[in-house]
Design a protein around this ligand. Sequence first.
Ligand SMILES: Cc1cc2nc3c(=O)[nH]c(=O)nc-3n(C[C@H](O)[C@H](O)[C@H](O)COP(=O)(O)O)c2cc1C
Length: 204
Amino acid sequence: MASLLSIESSPRGEYSISRKLTSAFVEEWQKTHAGGTVVNRDLFTTTLPFVDLPWIAGAYTPAEQHSPEMKKALEIGNTLIAELKAADHIVLGTSMYNFSTPAILKAYIDQIVRVNVTFTPQYEGLVKGKKLTIILASGGVYTPGSPTEGYNAESSYLKQVFGFIGITDVNIVLAGGTGAVSMGQRSLEDFVAEFTPAVLEAAK
Ligand SMILES: Cc1cc2nc3c(=O)[nH]c(=O)nc-3n(C[C@H](O)[C@H](O)[C@H](O)COP(=O)(O)O)c2cc1C
């Protein structure tokens, strides 16, 4: 049976464009994958500590030698990695903050990229055979081939880091120009409608 992991990272609730588009993706995916399972991971309701000394020590120590502190530090990462490994398709809704990934998403990434668990010491990714769809909402427009493309450090970073752990089938839907909604020049509904066809296509 097909399984989808839906990851949300915007703090803006009902005003979030990435959340609206990710919800449309999940709805379509459920229609096209009857009987499939969906796991929701909201990074804003997940306690995501930064990597600390017990985490680093634990990551480089065999599990049977872990201290209670190391075990605790690796706990949330273990849960997140298990979710990732169980999914066939992952949809990740994200914003662009300061041309890159919001800190909460970086904290998630720091938890899931772990030696011997999601990549080998020889840098081979261990999370294989997955599809990843990223829905990236940004105030500005960073269309590939345009003069502003180079400002978008987030798409290339996310492709690189997920590729590093073995997820190489990555499709990014760039929902650029949300600034027009924030400034009241466009309605949220009108903006979401423009990007919905690309999102629905990605969910097939
Ligand atoms: C702290 C912060 C930093 C931002 N930095 C950028 C940026 O560098 N480039 C950009 O195009 N938009 C930037 N934005 C705008 C957001 O990407 C935009 O509002 C997007 O729609 C947020 O996603 P959401 O609607 O899912 O919450 C920023 C917004 C915030 C709050």
